[in-house]
Design a protein around this ligand. Sequence first.
Ligand code: NAP
Length: 288
Amino acid sequence: MDKKICIITGSNSGIGKEAAIKIAENGHQVIMACRNLERGKIALEDVKQKSKNSNVKLMIVDMSLQSSIRSFAETFLSEYKKLDILIHNAAHFDIGQKKIVFTDEGIECVWSTNHLGPVLLTELLLEPLKKSSQGRIITVSSKGLALYPFLKINISDPEFKYSRFNVQRAYYHSKLAQVMYTYWMAERLKNTKITANSIRVTNVQIDIKRYSANLSRLLLALYSLKSRFSISPDKMAETYQYLALSDKLDGVSGKYFDSSDKIVKSSKYSYQRQNIENLMKVTMSYLK
Ligand SMILES: NC(=O)c1ccc[n+]([C@@H]2O[C@H](COP(=O)([O-])OP(=O)(O)OC[C@H]3O[C@@H](n4cnc5c(N)ncnc54)[C@H](OP(=O)(O)O)[C@@H]3O)[C@@H](O)[C@H]2O)c1
């Protein structure tokens, strides 16, 4: 078997952790890229035990900080020559957040973690991805975007510094940016062996204890109701596994997959070349 090396960001909980278990169960090496050492260590032991694969590793990265992403990439490159699968799963979505929050590097946290972080990490890992027999970049978006069919990238103010900040709006904006970025990467990499695809994650149960400190009773009640209509992280991770490992997807690039592994369409706006170019111009202006 071709043993693959796979990085999954934010894999200490939820879907990312279940995906780590599934990919490790298949005998591949998983690198769990997590921001918190304690939470990461606990999850690492669990992933090793459940997958019966000791070849799982924890590496620390805060996806909201470019300095942290650079030092993560440096460590990875010092130890590995190739990378087969890069899954951009980590996301900032603090549902109880009321005000805009900036990282220590001065960038709005949702935009920074959910969009700029994946773009920078991919850039830094392109060389090892090129060395894979079929490198795969996988971004993670949201079915909730369908509720905003006319959403556009806020090119002049992507951090919502000058317009009203709302964490939900900022989140879907970052998820739209990830889908458009995926199409841009697929086009850019079309003459290479690397593919770029995105996953449209549906409603998935979350561990509400992770968020409850900031949540009103009403939001808590709404979330527990929502979880009744949600699938498990384990079920959703099957799509991550499919995109990461299936031979059927060799050479398939620039596609958006739903939780049944079917190719679906994103909004009309997200495919338009000029919109993608505008997004990537403003995105690249952030990378130091
Ligand atoms: N659950 C849903 O209904 C749903 C719907 C649509 C899309 N999604 C997407 O699915 C993906 C996984 O979400 P989930 O449901 O599994 O939620 P989750 O359990 O909250 O997982 C999010 C992960 O991202 C990590 N993370 C957050 N900020 C980070 C940072 N700055 N650096 C590194 N890691 C960071 C978290 O780590 P910590 O433990 O350190 O916080 C956590 O491991 C996300 O991209 C999310 O947007 C989920």
